[in-house]
Design a protein around this ligand. Structure first.
Ligand code: IMP
Length: 428
């Protein structure tokens, strides 16, 4: 298989970045196909954690070309800052970064409008990352967005930006009662960012199709997770892009028949940041243990993550939506101290048991988890690097997940370090 899609099966933060980074040593290309700087992919480079928001998680691996595809929304100012930050950490960003000309730009007015809208929503806010993601995709769809290719000629960009920024200022002042943004000031900082990003602008679908036809190894790095997908997630508490595998073609220009195997990433438990239904959410001491042991705080916003037990109804749904055949289970070591581990095997909704994931958030909100409890392994798994080094009960937990999800478990991650993985089958 020359290309693999890495996709989150929960509400994001499953560890896609770490797995992508580990697999990148075998890849020629690592490609982001959706989302933007709302992602926070933490990888360990030279024993230090580093968070990538827009840069694909292969950027630290020499010889790998990293592509920001046309389905991604790019904050030019944030990307320049991120490039500077990772360079300080000794990572080189040059010809190894290709930004597709069709990727739409997140501009300062998108962030301002999002902040105003979330504040207006008050108690019913989505709890977004405030990275301007929703407003940028909305502009893209309503044909008022600005693709990053416009930066090739700053004069062309300036004209389009002035028109749109003036319109956005009307929305900010008239609808939200906010101060207008200073158009000239924004243009000045954007011009500096444009200079920096121009050398990276590229026609990436062509490059990727060519690479795939030559059987080069390509990793498609999903961001967020299936349950945050704009079409198949827990709408409206979702992000604004197609986070599931269906997003790969539209977000890269690679035809569907060329897309290879889909590998799902699932934490050994579940977390969620922001608002929205979460049937297995815990509010007791167990939630605190998971949050502490798993360092469950948003890597983009620093917000504490909501924590709960593994939800097989949701996981089976994600397997079905994406066509997943193999799963990687991450953060297994976080469960090391539990004597008993419940897994949600069904929901009870309005007194009826179901194993089907509801398609509306209203119904999901009424879902009560039905648990089966499994024995914990009560042992430190963080040093395990082989199947033999994993406790029997930990292997039983993995087998249970595999049987219930109807897919193979390809690997398990037992810590933040890049090598803290037990690989059962070769992924790429
Ligand atoms: P947005 O993507 O910033 O619009 O946020 C929409 C929803 O998706 C919010 O609930 C966010 O907390 C969530 N979200 C967005 N990106 C991530 C992520 O990378 N990990 C986890 N949750 C995310």
């Amino acid at each position: 298989m020359s290309n693999v899609v890495i996709v989150g099966t929960q509400w994001g933060d499953e560890g896609k970045g770490k797995i992508t980074n580990a697999l990148a040593t075998c890849a020629d290309f690592v490609v982001r196909f959706q989302g933007g700087a709302n992602a926070g992919h933490t990888v360990t480079v030279n024993r230090e954690p580093i968070v990538f928001h827009l840069l694909p998680s292969g950027i630290s691996v020499p010889g790998v070309s990293c592509v920001i595809g046309p389905g991604v929304v790019v904050d030019p100012l944030g990307l320049v800052e991120e490039i500077d930050r990772v360079r300080e950490a000794g990572i080189s960003v040059g010809e190894n970064l290709l930004i597709d000309v069709g990727a739409h730009m997140v501009l300062p007015y998108h962030k301002a409008i999002e902040a105003a809208e979330e504040e207006r929503l008050g108690g019913s806010a989505i709890g977004t990352t405030l990275r301007g993601i929703g407003p940028t995709y909305a502009d893209h769809t309503s044909r008022t967005g600005l693709p990053i290719g416009l930066l090739a000629s700053f004069d062309a960009f300036r004209a389009a930006f002035e028109t749109e920024a003036t319109r956005k200022n009307e929305i900010l002042t008239r609808l939200y009662g906010r101060d207008p943004l200073d158009v000239a000031e924004m243009l000045e900082i954007l011009e500096a960012a444009a200079e920096r990003l121009r050398p990276h602008l590229s026609d990436t679908p062509d490059i990727l199709r060519e690479a795939l036809s030559q059987n080069r190894n390509v990793l498609f790095e999903g961001a967020q997770g299936t349950l945050l997908d704009i079409a198949f997630g827990t709408y409206p508490y979702v992000t604004s892009s197609f986070t599931s595998a269906a997003g790969v073609s539209a977000g890269t220009g690679v035809p569907p028949r060329m897309v290879g195997d889909i590998v799902g990433i699932a934490k050994a438990y579940v977390t969620r940041v922001g608002s929205g239904p979460f049937p297995t959410e815990l509010f007791d001491k167990d939630a605190e243990i998971i949050r502490d042991r798993g360092a469950e705080r948003g890597s983009t916003t620093g917000r504490p993550r909501r924590c709960g037990w593994l939800d097989m109804v949701a996981l089976r749904y994600a397997v079905a939506v994406n066509g997943i055949r193999r799963l990687v289970i991450t953060k297994m070591d976080v469960l090391d101290t539990f004597h008993r581990i419940p897994i949600c095997v069904a929901y009870e909704i309005d007194g009826k048991r179901t194993e089907t994931f509801p398609r509306t958030s209203e119904e999901l909100r009424r879902a009560k988890p039905v648990y089966e409890t499994f024995p914990g392994w009560d042992a430190d798994t963080s040093g395990a690097r082989t199947e033999a080094a994993l406790p029997d009960k930990a292997m039983d937990y993995l087998r249970t997940i595999s049987e219930m999800a109807g897919v193979e478990i390809a690997a398990v991650s037992v810590g933040a370090a890049a090598d803290a993985v037990v690989e059962f089958t070769r992924i790429l």
